[in-house]
Design a protein around this ligand. Structure first.
Ligand code: ZN
Length: 178
C-alpha cells in the first residue's frame, strides 16, 4: 500500500498503535490504522453417487492442476454462500451443502480454507470461466499428483477415509505444520 485508501496521503508508516502489540500500517495524516488480516477461502466438494467433482484451473497459481471448487469469500456473503458461488463459477453446477469437512490454516500466506461437502444437484455440471475442464472422479481415478493445493488434497483424503467409515465430520489441518 503506497497511499492511504482513506485520505490518499502517502504518509504511511509501520507503528505499534497504543494498546496494540504488533506493527500496523498507520496513516499519519488521517490517523487510520490499516489492519491486515487473513483471508477466508470457501469451497465445496460436490458429490454425485460414488464420484466427486473437481475442476482443472484455468488461472494462476497452479494453472492446469485440479482443485476442489473454492475461492475468496466476498463481502456480504456467508461462508456457505461463497462456497456455493464458487461451485457455480468454476463448475457451472449447483450443490446442496451437506457438512463442513475441513478448516485448514495457511499461516505463511495468511489464508484460511473452509471446505464443505455437498450434493451435486441432478449430477449436472459444466465448465466455468476459471476452469479448463470439470470432471467427476471415483476415488481410484483422483489425479493425486496433479492436485493444485494441499488444502484440497487434505479435504479429499479425509472425505474418502470418512466415507468408508460412514462418518461426516470436521477435520482441522494446517500447512506448513507449526
Ligand atoms: Zn489517511
Amino acid at each position: 500500500m503506497k497511499f492511504c485508501p482513506n485520505c490518499g496521503s502517502d504518509r504511511l508508516e509501520k507503528r505499534i498503535p497504543a494498546g496494540d502489540n504488533r506493527p500496523r500500517l498507520v496513516c499519519l495524516n488521517c490517523k487510520t490504522i490499516h489492519y491486515s488480516n487473513p483471508k477466508v477461502v470457501a469451497g465445496c466438494l460436490p458429490v454425485w453417487e460414488d464420484k466427486v467433482l473437481l475442476c482443472r484451473r484455468a488461472i494462476e497459481p497452479c494453472y492446469g492442476l485440479w482443485n476442489i471448487p473454492s475461492g475468496y469469500l466476498e463481502n456480504g456473503e456467508t461462508v456457505e454462500m461463497g462456497a456455493e458461488r464458487e461451485v457455480h463459477e468454476e463448475a457451472a453446477a449447483k450443490v446442496r451443502i451437506t457438512y463442513l469437512i475441513s478448516m485448514y490454516s495457511l499461516p505463511k500466506i495468511n489464508q484460511i480454507y473452509l471446505q464443505f461437502v455437498g450434493e451435486l444437484i441432478n449430477g449436472a455440471y459444466g465448465v466455468g470461466e476459471e476452469s479448463l475442464e470439470s470432471k467427476l472422479f471415483t476415488e481410484a481415478e483422483i489425479p493425486w499428483e496433479e492436485m493444485a493445493f494441499t488444502s484440497s488434497t487434505f479435504a479429499l483424503r479425509r472425505y474418502f477415509e470418512d466415507r468408508k467409515a460412514g462418518l461426516q465430520r470436521l477435520h482441522r489441518g494446517e500447512y506448513p505444520m507449526l
